[in-house]
Write a protein of this length. Structure first.
Length: 399
């Protein structure tokens, strides 16, 4: 009795295992991303975007055929036995597609059309139906414009700015040139391939699957938008995403202007602070009142009068001596004034030279201070750029 019960329980367990062997699957990201796989994915994905850009330039349709045509049905490969034995559960395919479809697009349905078995792996072609929740635009990606009339600081720093959440530094979406290729509410149908799935420890896992044109793989997008092509590389983004990106671009540009203006103000204040300690500007006072020259002239006048009187006496004495003294005094005053003024001018020139040297030293210090502030700012930009590049180097659509 006990043995029979055990046998029946074992048989029931085996039957349940066989019945539900295709019901267990992993919804984790188990995909293999070797360099060879990523290269093949990039080739297919980038080619689809270039084709889409070409079609968009030539078409006037309200919605473009984003997906490849669905594969034809292969009934022989999808009979009841093949489905039970080799077809992974639908949940596996939906899990993979959830990593390839942005939130603005919903998966409506998917239907297996062809099944290929290769050793322990299987490959399945599906027909899928999607619906857009928002407008989806094809937006060219260009380098941020640098106007020739901008300052040299602007021209040097603008290419280093991170303008968008999902683009390399210096790159922006050309929002004005973006085309609405999938209006909100559009239903689109096409094909998609789960290239490689297998069983591991009793569960189905997806190892490789095709990307879709709107799949977000940061590392691949970063490579694609750096390509120099005509027309410019373009990515699919929702209207809301592009509006947010355009707002960030304006904010980043304004932040650059504000920071440069802040540096200019800081440098101006620093110069004024240093100039307050510089020697005062010396000016020549000439020979007028308050110049200090009359004192020297008076000394010259006394000596000149004595000398002039002696000359006058030798000329005949009397009035001649008086005239000589007066003339001598005048000449002495002029000579004394010239001598005194010359000495003052020397002092003024010395003071001016000292001020010029002090001002030149201040200007050198101000220039070095400005360079220091600019180096700090550029270092901040470099750190932000490095962080952005690290973010875009991810080989998956999620963190």
């Amino acid at each position: 009795m006990g043995a029979a019960a055990i046998f029946l329980l074992s048989l029931a367990a085996l039957s349940l295992t066989l019945l539900f062997q295709n019901s267990f699957y992993s919804d984790n990201d188990d995909e293999i991303r070797s360099p060879q796989v990523l290269q093949a994915e990039y080739a297919r994905w980038s080619s689809s975007l270039r084709d889409l850009t070409r079609i968009a330039a030539e078409s006037t349709r309200p919605a473009l055929p984003i997906l490849t045509p669905p594969p034809s049905l292969d009934p022989a490969a999808l009979g009841p036995w093949q489905r039970w034995q080799h077809l992974p559960p639908e949940g596996l395919a939906r899990s993979v597609l959830s990593r390839r479809i942005p939130p603005q697009i919903e998966l409506v349905s998917l239907t297996p059309r062809r099944l290929r078995v290769e050793d322990k792996d299987v490959s399945i072609d599906y027909a899928i139906t999607l619906r857009t929740k928002e407008d989806i635009l094809l937006a060219p990606v260009i380098s941020a414009p640098v106007g020739k009339n901008l300052t040299s600081d602007h021209q040097r720093l603008l290419p280093k700015i991170v303008y968008a959440y999902d683009l390399p530094p210096g790159k922006i979406f050309d929002y004005a040139a973006a085309q609405n290729v999938l209006p909100a509410g559009t239903t689109l149908e096409g094909g998609w391939t789960l290239r490689r799935a297998t069983r591991k420890s009793g569960r189905w896992v997806a190892l490789e699957a095709d990307l879709l044109p709107f799949t977000r793989i940061p590392a691949l997008e970063s490579i694609f938008v750096r390509e120099s092509t005509t027309p410019a590389p373009a990515l699919l983004r929702s209207r809301g995403e592009l509006e947010n990106s355009d707002a960030k671009r304006r904010a980043a540009t304004q932040a650059l202007d504000d920071r440069l203006e802040s540096i200019r103000t800081d440098v101006k204040q620093y110069r004024a602070q240093l100039m307050a300690s510089a020697p005062a500007a010396a000016k020549s006072k000439g020979m007028g009142a308050g110049s200090g020259v009359p004192t020297g002239a008076g000394v010259g006048m006394v000596g000149g009068a004595a000398t002039g009187a002696g000359i006058g006496a030798m000329a005949g004495g009397g009035d001649g001596a008086a005239i000589g003294a007066g003339a001598g005094a005048l000449a002495g005053m002029l000579i004394g004034a010239i001598v005194a003024n010359s000495e003052q001018e020397k002092r003024v020139e010395q003071e001016k030279a000292a001020r010029r040297a002090a001002v030149a030293a201040i200007e050198r210090e101000v220039v070095e201070y400005q360079r220091k502030l600019m180096r700090e700012f550029e270092n901040e930009l470099s750190q932000e750029s490095t962080k952005q590049e690290s973010t875009l180097a991810r080989p998956t659509s999620r963190n």
